[in-house]
Design a protein around this ligand. Structure first.
Ligand SMILES: NC(=O)c1ccc[n+]([C@@H]2O[C@H](COP(=O)([O-])OP(=O)(O)OC[C@H]3O[C@@H](n4cnc5c(N)ncnc54)[C@H](O)[C@@H]3O)[C@@H](O)[C@H]2O)c1
Length: 328
């Protein structure tokens, strides 16, 4: 299948490009490069597949859909910092929601039928019940970022009804780790995710790691999250796409390990894997951060036969190997 991967020069997008190539699909990558990097595409040998531009550009999308026999879109392109979105709702709604509706519009006009949407655990907000299944909580996002993801999810059935556009929305939580062979990983200059920042402190490239919030009602006072290896996520996107093409059932799915890990436990794991101690600062919690969230992914297991293969230790180890190599 020829797949347009939006945001394919970013973290999860590039790992998905890698997995698509391993499964002998072909790709076109659309990315503004605002948070993506040419270098990762170079490392994957697909720099020539990159088109630099935005999902908000009508003429550019028309040209791509006219020039390439694109059958499906995997849509990662978005801004992703939930906390930041609280102070920048206009930017988040314009880029994430406006951009996606533009993309869906052009897909409908060019009769592209398959859409895999990178949604987020952010749609749950601060859940009342954990682990979260796709429907055991009232969906109450705590940020414009999460709200935008939910708006898109909820619009997709209307696109199917009117234009026959089939879709799968994948809700995931905290992506982590790097490709097992180590050719790509997460750039810590472009992220505020926990594991890269803790590794930066472990490698002595930042003075300390900061924990945001230590007085929460959890087992050690820090937030609880569901970390999932980026290669497991990449595999899930492609499995979902292949399944969608074969039997055409649209849906919404959680992708998590089902394990809730506290921030302190992650810090301990980073210290254990790297065998390095580093200073940890304790700062107040941030608005919009849920206290505890982890996922029940039985639906994805049942419908796609997908289940995560990597542990938290694997996530830290693969990320550590990547950062050690790329920071030399
Ligand atoms: N990283 C996580 O833990 C996580 C968790 C849940 C959901 N998600 C979602 O997964 C997707 C990918 O996340 P990521 O961690 O790889 O982020 P990332 O920032 O590394 O990748 C996003 C890419 O999209 C590009 N981009 C942004 N706006 C664009 C636009 N309008 N047109 C074209 N390209 C654009 C950026 O340059 C970047 O390369 C996002 O939609 C994010 O909301 C991420």
């Amino acid at each position: 299948m020829k797949v347009l991967v939006t945001g394919g020069a970013g973290y999860i997008g590039s790992h998905t490009v890698r997995e698509l190539l391993l499964r002998e699909h072909s790709v076109v990558i659309l990315d503004t490069l605002e948070f993506g990097s040419k270098k990762v595409l170079e490392n994957l040998g697909v720099l020539d597949k990159l088109v630099v531009g935005s999902v908000s550009e009508i003429r550019l999308l028309d040209r791509l859909f006219e020039e390439h026999q694109i059958e499906a879109v995997i849509h990662f392109a978005a801004y992703k910092r939930g906390n930041e979105s609280i102070n920048k709702p206009a930017e988040y709604f314009a880029n994430n929601v406006g951009g996606t509706f533009n993309l869906l519009d052009r897909m409908s006009r060019h009769n592209i039928k398959y859409f895999i949407f990178s949604s987020s655990g952010g749609v749950y907000g601060n859940p009342q019940v954990v682990p979260v299944t796709e429907d055991n909580n009232v969906l109450r996002p705590e940020s414009p970022y999460g709200e935008g993801k939910l708006m898109i999810e909820q619009s997709l059935p209307w696109y199917e009804r009117a234009y026959g556009l089939k879709s799968v929305s994948l809700r995931y939580f905290n992506a982590a780790g790097a490709a097992p062979e180590g050719q790509i990983g997460e750039d810590w200059n472009l992220t505020n995710n926990l594991i890269p920042l803790a590794l930066k402190a472990a490698l002595g490239l930042s003075p300390a790691f900061s924990i945001m919030g230590t007085n929460h009602p959890t087992r050690d006072g820090t937030c609880i999250r569901d970390f999932i290896h980026v290669s497991d996520l990449a595999e899930a996107h492609i499995t979902a796409l292949e399944k969608l093409k074969n039997d055409g059932e649209s849906g919404v799915y959680n992708l998590g390990t089902g394990q809730g890990t506290t921030v302190r436990e992650v810090v301990e794991m980073v210290k254990r894997v790297t065998r390095k101690d580093f200073p940890v600062k304790e700062l107040p919690g941030r608005p919009g951060d849920p206290v505890a969230i982890w996922a029940d992914s039985s639906r994805a297991r049942h419908d796609f036969g997908w289940q995560p293969r990597y542990t938290l230790e694997d996530m830290v180890r693969t990320a550590y190997e990547w950062h050690r190599k790329s920071s030399q």
